[in-house]
Design a protein around this ligand. Structure first.
Ligand code: MG
Ligand code: ZN
Length: 218
């Protein structure tokens, strides 16, 4: 019974996600959905990415959070249009929330929409938003067991950003085995080793993303 209820919710979500996707494509807009644990550094990665890309691309950001608008205020300081979604307790964004937030943007004037999902490794990946790319952010301070424990996120993502690599020596993480585990789940995934704090690796990730934006524009 419970399974049926969940299936119903997900297929309703998929219908709205498909409408979002159509809208994005109509505007030639690339949309990414960034997911990861609380504290993985999603917002910091985003801030550094904006600093690199905002000079050449027209960006917009949707910030998902359960209650606060702290992250949205951080993004605002980088001069990018940002819309906050407070889920009011829900632990993920859904397509309907995004559809509503889109009304506040002039999508024709934007080329890249970045959605930061609620910090959670489980259900955000189950709710399509109509995005082109799912991006996982994983920090090495979380240990190296997350890919095997939460494989769906890594299976569905086109890229994973391994953040906080500047702290590698202070952890027991074996980077090679972490990457091997990720590739066991998804052999096509792009892996970026970055430190949003020091800026290491952010350029490679931003260049890859910029390339995806250009491919979508056609
Ligand atoms: Mg955040
Ligand atoms: Zn959830």
């Amino acid at each position: 019974m419970e399974i049926n209820v969940n299936t119903g919710i997900l297929s309703a979500n998929d219908r709205i996600a498909a409408e979002n996707k159509e809208q994005f494509s109509g505007h030639g807009l690339l949309v990414i959905n960034i997911m990861g644990s609380p504290g993985a550094g999603k917002t910091t990665v985003l801030e550094k990415t904006i600093d690199i890309l905002a000079g050449s691309l027209k960006l917009a950001v949707i910030e998902g959070d359960i209650y606060t608008s702290k992250d949205a205020r951080r993004i605002e300081k980088h001069g990018v249009p940002v819309k906050q979604i407070n889920t009011g307790g829900a632990c993920h964004l859904d397509a309907k929330m995004v559809a509503k937030a889109l009304k506040d943007f002039d999508l024709d004037a934007r080329q890249l929409l970045i959605i930061e999902n609620v910090g959670n490794l489980v259900c955000p990946v189950e709710f399509n938003l109509g995005e082109d790319l799912k991006i996982a952010v994983l920090s090495i301070t979380e240990g190296d067991d997350k890919p095997m424990k939460y494989p769906l996120l890594f299976r569905e993502s086109q890229a994973v950003i391994i953040n906080k690599v500047d702290l590698l020596d202070f952890t027991d993480v074996d980077m090679d085995s972490l990457k091997r585990d990720i590739r066991k789940i998804n052999s096509n995934i792009e892996i970026f080793e970055v430190s949003a704090r020091t800026g290491q690796g952010i350029g490679e990730w931003a260049a890859w993303l910029g390339q995806k934006v250009n491919e979508k524009k056609g």
